[in-house]
Design a protein around this ligand. Structure first.
Ligand SMILES: [Zn+2]
Length: 409
């Protein structure tokens, strides 16, 4: 087929795309660095105004957390950027990205380096500032398509994806309910492989309280919270074998203090990954019985907090249909499209749970994300922007049709 000529414009943008991703990468926007996130949001708002869409900055909800003292607190998260075009269009596409990175304000990894072989190393270049550039360029190109008026689009860029999207979950879900297709810009693997089915995930804390006492004089009067928690941790750890592909990772423990005091507080924090939606209930029931067992101990109280914030994203018929469509766009552009399941999860899980079929690794090709060796392949900026622009063009022209919505669990 002859490719629509507006795609050629994307090639002309290459140098500018790389330059802007470098600028964005140099702004530290760690999930907890609110000032950095604000700066990033301002830069993105300016850049996305070039699409002609309506740009808004929306507040996010506060995220619950358990303090080191076992108290319930709330954490503020960064604002959400929303850009909308043609709000009255019958067919809508939702494009999602995140501006936060895993690198805190104090991280030593703050600069970009051109590795000289077509790769650019830098914080967030792949995950996902490169992906945000793909969205921006694809939309600017699509607005040059002769069919662009046929569909509307919304871009949501949140600031707390790397910490579970608690503060942006409601906005994502609301928009997912009103869209016909979701596109998320997490990085593809370096060879271009995309993520298909994804596991679900939840973070939890178990707080155990005992009774403090002098370790020498009154040891018998104390109730050791650490000892009780230690037993519970081995029980939690064993749940990994309990269901196919379910994993429990106890990732952090805290508690106690002076060695001559029986500790009255111990907390463990864990991440749980599940494959099937039914695993949620199974896990929560198991934990309930561990909690009850602790509470039945003399002088010990236990509380379990947390939830599954990202339900599993299975491979479904509608999702297969979207992959087929993407494959056809890929073959027009000479890009091979393949996918495989992953244990990782992202906002694509939440969009799917709200019934929106979505492909969630449409960003740049890259690797070593979440480490100081993170890189993106610079050629993939234009390559992936063309892929999205062509996909939107095919949907708008009627050459391709939108998928059915998913059945909501
Ligand atoms: Zn990401």
């Amino acid at each position: 087929m002859t490719l629509p000529s507006f795609l050629n414009w994307i090639d002309e943008e290459r140098d500018q795309m790389i330059g802007t991703v470098r600028t964005w990468s140099h702004v530290n926007s760690g999930s907890f660095h609110l000032a950095g996130l604000e700066k990033m949001a301002t830069l993105l708002a300016e850049a996305f105004s070039a699409t002609g869409g309506d740009v808004q900055l929306l507040p996010s909800d506060q995220m619950p957390k358990i303090s080191e003292k076992g108290e319930k607190q709330h954490q503020e998260t960064g604002k959400i950027l929303k850009i909308s075009m043609r709000p009255d269009a019958n067919r809508r596409v939702l494009l999602c990205g995140h501006m936060d990175t895993v690198f805190p304000e104090t991280s030593p990894f703050q600069e970009c380096t051109d590795l000289g072989d077509g790769r650019l190393k830098g914080p967030g270049v792949a995950d996902m500032k490169g992906g945000l550039m793909v969205i921006l360029t694809a939309l600017r190109a699509f607005e040059k398509s002769s069919h662009h008026t046929q569909i509307g689009w919304d871009v949501i860029i949140n600031a707390d994806e790397e910490i579970g999207s608690f503060g942006s979950r409601k906005i994502l879900t609301d928009h997912a309910k009103n869209a016909d297709l979701g596109l998320v810009y997490e990085p593809a693997l370096a060879d271009g492989t995309l993520a298909g089915a994804r596991k679900g995930s939840g973070n939890f804390s178990l707080i155990v309280k005992g009774k403090a006492a002098h370790a020498g004089r009154d040891h018998h009067l104390g109730r050791n919270a650490i000892a009780s928690l230690a037993h519970a941790i081995t029980q939690l750890d064993r749940l990994t074998a309990g269901r196919p592909d379910l994993t429990v990772n106890v990732g952090h423990i805290s508690g106690g203090g002076a060695l001559n005091v029986v500790p009255d507080l111990a907390i463990c924090r864990l991440n749980v990954r599940i494959k099937a939606p039914e695993d949620q209930t199974w896990f929560l029931n198991q934990v309930k019985s561990i909690e009850t067992e602790l509470n039945n101990k003399d002088g010990i109280t236990a509380e379990f907090h947390g939830e599954f914030t990202r339900p599993p994203k299975p491979m479904t018929k509608p999702l297969e249909q979207v992959f087929d469509l993407l494959k056809s766009c890929g073959s027009d552009l000479g890009i091979e499209i393949s996918q495989k399941p992953t244990g990782g999860c992202c906002d694509g899980n939440n969009l799917a749970a709200a019934g929106l079929p979505n492909i969630d690794t449409l960003g740049v090709r890259g690797a070593n994300i979440h480490s100081d060796q993170e890189y993106m392949i610079m050629d993939s900026l234009t390559e992936r922007a063309k892929l999205t622009a062509l996909l939107l063009h095919k949907l708008a022209s009627g050459e391709a049709s939108f998928p059915e919505r998913e059945t909501v669990q």
